[in-house]
Ligand binder design. Structure first.
Ligand SMILES: *[C@@H]1O[C@H](CO)[C@@H](O)[C@H](O)[C@H]1NC(C)=O
Length: 399
């Protein structure tokens, strides 16, 4: 299963860097990250979490980032690209991904990140983040790198909020806070029915393209936050990393050209609506009275119906579980600083039980994850969910 259908994930960049030994007493689930190689090599892992022409922009973001990494002096063997690679004739596609198609999945993502060649599945090229044959020893020695992460996704703040410790050398910048969408941009380029970039990603990458001498990560954050007007760009983790220059990570040491800031005012579209806009444009642009136009209209209607079926099913399950008055609790947002859910296994099992009866949530349906999380937070019984979902979806399974 492609990652895009697992989480509402657009584009993810992990920059792995800089040996640094730190104290990591209670790093809990992040322990795995501590075993990254530590020979001072700069690594980048670029992931587009979606497929399909309507999601063109996520793979375009990855291609843009790849160019930045190359210009910044990273070697090809240290850039790992995971993208579906189904955008035929994409002129900006610099190369095939290292992992493509259904090999872009969470198992391979972890295997690449943790340098576990043996855990890879499918037909990727086997490239993993590691420093050579001795990396196991190096890991055992406790060497550690800093990690800078950029995440473009709806509600991306929820990935780190209340979860990422501040003492393990990881710094994460997200496109949005835990409760809002992130935004697509470059949506009305002549000749394209689809959006070509994502607002947050385009903003940090256009800043990186300027290659400002000595710019720090924190300075970039301030600029990106200001220019990303449609959502709240946030940072999490070890904020001290913000004082480090970008060239520790991905800009070449001697960058000089400083161009003036672009003053583009971005037109934006909510990530979740980008697909509808794409379907609408296809309808609009196909010839009057053709079979193509009728088909495009059908596809648009089907998607809209599917969305309302997803919404109705989740609402009905909530009503059955908590009563009409209680189900309003499902929309509650926990205070900033608290994780979306305390029991992640509960969340996974709630969703899979729902999907077993009602059909897949899909990309759009991911917006209801908070409701499922709140069922867990309210100690809804797994068996009760099973019964509620089977009743709610007896007659209208999402297809
Ligand atoms: C997150 O963003 C939304 C919408 O932009 C805003 O209403 C909300 O207050 C923000 N939440 C936090 C915790 O900042």
């Amino acid at each position: 299963m492609a990652m895009g259908s697992v989480v509402c994930l657009g584009f993810l960049l992990l920059m792995l860097l800089q040996p640094q030994v730190m104290g990591f007493a209670n790093s809990g689930p992040w322990q795995e990250f501590l075993r990254l190689p530590s020979d001072g090599t700069k690594w980048a892992l670029l992931i587009a979490g979606s497929n399909g022409y309507d999601n063109y922009r996520h793979q375009a973001d990855v291609c843009h980032a790849y160019q930045i990494m190359k210009k910044g002096g990273l070697k090809d063997q240290n850039i790992v690209v995971m993208m579906y690679d189904d955008i035929a004739y994409n002129p900006s596609n610099p190369r095939k991904g290292d992992y493509t198609g259904n090999n872009v999945n969470k198992k391979n993502f972890l295997a690449v990140l943790l340098g576990k060649k043996s855990a890879l599945t499918g037909t990727g090229n086997g490239k993993v983040i590691s420093s050579g044959p001795n990396d196991n020893d190096k890991r055992a020695a406790g060497g550690f790198k800093n990690l800078v992460i950029y995440v473009e996704a709806c509600e991306s703040g929820s990935i780190f909020q209340g979860l990422l410790p501040s003492n393990i050398g990881v710094y994460a910048m997200t496109a949005s806070n835990a409760t809002e969408s992130s935004w697509a941009t470059y949506c009305s380029t002549p000749g394209y029915t689809t959006c070509l970039g994502d607002l947050f990603s385009v903003t940090w990458m256009e800043d990186a393209d300027l290659r400002k001498h000595g710019e720090t990560i924190g300075q970039q954050y301030a600029i990106v936050k200001k220019r990303t007007t449609a959502s709240n760009v946030l940072v999490f983790g070890d904020l001290r990393i913000g004082s480090q220059p970008l060239n520790n990570y991905y800009l070449a040491a001697h960058t000089s050209e400083t161009t003036t800031e672009s003053a583009t005012n971005f037109g934006v579209i909510n990530q979740r609506d980008a697909q509808l806009v794409y379907l609408w444009r296809n309808y609009e642009e196909s010839g009057e009275g053709t079979g193509e136009k009728a088909e495009a209209w059908e596809r648009l209607l089907r998607e809209m119906e599917r969305r309302s079926r997803v919404d109705r099913s989740v609402e009905l399950v909530g009503d059955l579980l908590l009563g009409v008055s209680g189900s309003s609790k499902l929309m509650i947002r926990r205070p900033a600083g608290e994780a979306l859910v305390d029991d992640w296994d509960c969340l996974k099992s709630m969703v899979s039980t729902f999907e077993a009866h009602c059909g897949p949530l899909g990309q759009y349906g991911m917006k209801h994850l908070r409701a499922f999380a709140n069922m867990c937070n309210a100690d809804v019984d797994h068996h009760a969910m099973d019964i509620a979902a089977s009743k709610a979806c007896m007659h209208h399974v999402i297809s």
